[in-house]
Design a protein around this ligand. Sequence first.
Ligand SMILES: [Mg+2]
Ligand SMILES: [Zn+2]
Length: 177
Amino acid sequence: MKLVILDRDGVINHDSAEFIKSPDEWVPIPGSLEAIARLNQDGYNVVLATNQSGVGRNLLDIATLCAIHDKMHLALAHAGARVEAVFYCPHGQDAGCNCRKPKPGMFEDIAHRFNVDLTDVPCVGDSLRDLQAAAAVDAQPILVLTGKGMQTKAAGGLPAHTQIHADLAAAVKAIVS
Ligand SMILES: [Mg+2]
Ligand SMILES: [Zn+2]
């Protein structure tokens, strides 16, 4: 099975320092939905793994998170794109869970759910912790320079073999080529 794992905020939609707390605040980055459609056309299943500590901080509840994802799924469908599943960590930084990236818990759950080996699976994110979680399961970390990506690149310390692309559209071009 061909699989790609994507971070959400800063990769598919514009990020906010104040968290994405409502469907109105979820605004796609130009070209990102079409990029996911391109992956689908090439036979890739696309799964999201997203830290949503705003839930743990009571900035939004699960119902609102689901409403945000309803909007996302609808926007994807309108672009001819589909994501198979959205894995999210609702916990705050201090919860000590194993799902909050850079911990690999969500990636391990994805591997189990889809019965797939994550070795070299492309994992696209804009934060160091996305890349670290990918590296922890021997997947292929891909940094995009949207969202927090510029700061992440400037800060350095990226996992070995991290690939860097301007945005999801450029990353997808490289993945399907
Ligand atoms: Mg992000
Ligand atoms: Zn968690």
